[in-house]
Design a protein. Structure first.
Length: 132
């Protein structure tokens, strides 16, 4: 017989709600396909979204340098867009959390899991929950 137990030493949590209309994957790809300038336009879209998140989280929490479980709840006004196209926007958010000083990095060393949930809403938004 083994005596097995789990002990949680300290669990931290960071929650963030952002009302923002992030560009989904289909629209992003369409921007990339614009002849000659597409990749620059798409890069600007990504940079602007990342900077928006970074600005919203700056100085809101100390840097998390532990492995995190990341949970996204996408509040969508239009449920015609496929969930995987909406979930693509997590790239903007995670990069913004790194730029804003909340996450040390968004590599496997610091991200344990990513979960996505989807809700119909009146306003486009995302709720992000980091558990560490």
């Amino acid at each position: 017989m083994y005596n097995i137990f789990e002990r949680v030493i300290s669990v931290g949590e960071f929650n963030l709600y952002l009302e923002h209309d992030f560009m989904d994957l289909n629209k992003y790809i369409n921007k990339e396909r614009i002849p000659k300038r597409g990749r620059f336009i798409a890069n600007n879209i990504k940079q602007e979204a990342t900077q928006y998140v970074a600005m919203m989280v700056k100085n809101k929490h100390e840097m998390i340098d532990k492995k995190c479980d990341v949970e996204f709840t996408w509040h969508e006004t239009n449920q015609k867009v496929d969930p995987d196209n909406v979930a693509f926007c997590c790239k903007y958010v995670l990069d913004g959390l790194v730029s804003g000083g909340i996450l040390k990095n968004d590599s496997h060393k610091y991200i344990k899991s990513i979960h996505h949930y989807f809700q119909k809403a009146d306003v486009k938004a995302v709720t992000i929950k980091l558990t560490y």
